[in-house]
Ligand binder design. Structure first.
Ligand code: PBG
Length: 327
C-alpha cells in the first residue's frame, strides 16, 4: 500500500505552521469577568471556595472594573451580596440595593466597559431560592413581577445588559415588555437560556451566600441529561426577545453549546462556572496540572464548540496571557 498522500504532521512542524492554520482564536474580546459585590468600604473578603476571588465593596469594585478594562475585557457581570435577605428578596429590586448602587458608582467613574447584571432572586431571599416560595413550592408567575422590577431597577441604574438567570418560564418576554414600556427598548437581554441544575455551582453559592435552605433547584433549572430540551428552552427565549443566549455550565456541556450554535446561529455565551474554576485552580495549586495551560485549553475548547463569549473566573489571567502572546 502507498504511504498516505496526506501527512497531517507536515503542517504541525513548528509554531509558525501551526499558527498559520489555526482554526479558533481566543481574544480578550471574548471574555466576561464575574464579580461579587458586598456592602462596606475597603472590603476585600476572600471567598474560601474560590481562591483568588473576593467579595468586594463598591469602592474597590470600581478599581477592579478599571483593571478588567485595561486588560481589554469588554464586560463584567455583577453578583450582589445584600445587606439583608428576606422572604421576598426585596433588596434585589430596591433602588438603593447593592447592585443598583454598584452600577451607578461604576458608571460614574469608568467608561468603555459593559456592565452586565445577573437578574435572579436567590442571592436576596432568606430561603435561597430563585423565586417566590409558598408552601414549599417555587411559584413561577408570581416571581416574574419581581424579576421585572429587578431588571428595570438595574437598567435605571445604568446596566448595559441584563442577564436573567432564574429559569422561571416566560421571564424573558415579561422583562422585555417591562423594559420596552419604560423606554429601555435598546437595552439587550442575555438569557441564561439553557441553565442546568448543576453541582458545579457549589463554590458560587458559598461566594454569593445563596445556597437553598431547603430542597434543590431541580424544579426550575434543567436536568443535566437533556439536550433536546435545552434547544427548546433556547428557542423559547429567542422567541420571547432574548438578544443573546447562554449555556451554563460550559465544559461538561460542550455538546449543548455546539448544538445551540448550529441550530440558532445567534450570539452565544457560555458560562464556565465556579466549579470548573475550582477544579482547575485546586489541581493547579496541588501541582497536578499546569494551571495556565489548562485554562487556555479549556477556553479555546469552549470557543471551538461555538461560544462567542465566555464568562470565566479566569478572565484576567487569560487576558494577560493573550496580551503576552501578541507581543
Ligand atoms: C443565580 C446564579 C447562579 C450562578 C449564576 N447565577 C447560582 C445558582 O443558580 O445556583 C452560578 C455561577 C457559578 O457557579 O459560577 N441563580
Amino acid at each position: 500500500m502507498r504511504f498516505p498522500q496526506y501527512r497531517p504532521r507536515r503542517l504541525r512542524k513548528n509554531e509558525i505552521f501551526r499558527k498559520m492554520i489555526r482554526e479558533t482564536h481566543l481574544s480578550p474580546d471574548d471574555l466576561v469577568l464575574p464579580l461579587f459585590v458586598r456592602p462596606g468600604k475597603q472590603m476585600r473578603q476572600p471567598i474560601s471556595s474560590m481562591p483568588g476571588h473576593f467579595q468586594i465593596s463598591i469602592d474597590l469594585l470600581v478599581k477592579e472594573v478599571e483593571e478588567a478594562k485595561s486588560l481589554g475585557i469588554p464586560g463584567v457581570i455583577l453578583f450582589g451580596i445584600p445587606e439583608k435577605k428576606d422572604e421576598m428578596g426585596t433588596e434585589a429590586y430596591a433602588e438603593n440595593g447593592i447592585i443598583q448602587r454598584a452600577v451607578r458608582a461604576i458608571k460614574e467613574k469608568v467608561e468603555g466597559i459593559l456592565i452586565i447584571t445577573d437578574v435572579c432572586l436567590c442571592e436576596y431571599t432568606s430561603h435561597g431560592h430563585c423565586g417566590v416560595v409558598r408552601d414549599g413550592k417555587i411559584l413561577n408567575d408570581e416571581t416574574l413581577d419581581l424579576l421585572c422590577r429587578q431588571a428595570l431597577s438595574h437598567v435605571k441604574a445604568g446596566a448595559d445588559i441584563v442577564a436573567p438567570s432564574d429559569m422561571m418560564d416566560g421571564r424573558i418576554g415579561a422583562i422585555r415588555r417591562t423594559l420596552d414600556e419604560n423606554r429601555f427598548e435598546d437595552v439587550p437581554i442575555l438569557a441564561y437560556a439553557a441553565k442546568f441544575a448543576s453541582s458545579f455551582y457549589g463554590p458560587f453559592r458559598v461566594a454569593a451566600e445563596s445556597k437553598p435552605q431547603f430542597g434543590d433547584r431541580k424544579s426550575y433549572q434543567m436536568d443535566p441529561a437533556n439536550g433536546d430540551e435545552a434547544l427548546r428552552e433556547v428557542r423559547l427565549d429567542i422567541e420571547e426577545g432574548a438578544d443573546m443566549v447562554m449555556v451554563k455550565p460550559a465544559l461538561p456541556y460542550l455538546d449543548i453549546i455546539y448544538r445551540v450554535k448550529q441550530t440558532f446561529n445567534i450570539p452565544l455565551a457560555a458560562y464556565s462556572v465556579s466549579g470548573e474554576f475550582a477544579l482547575i485552580q485546586a489541581a493547579s495549586q496541588l501541582g497536578w496540572v499546569d494551571g495556565e495551560q489548562v485554562i487556555m485549553e479549556s477556553l479555546i475548547a469552549i470557543k471551538r464548540a461555538g461560544a462567542d463569549l465566555i464568562l470565566t473566573y479566569f478572565a484576567k489571567e487569560a487576558a494577560r496571557k493573550l496580551a503576552k502572546s501578541y507581543e
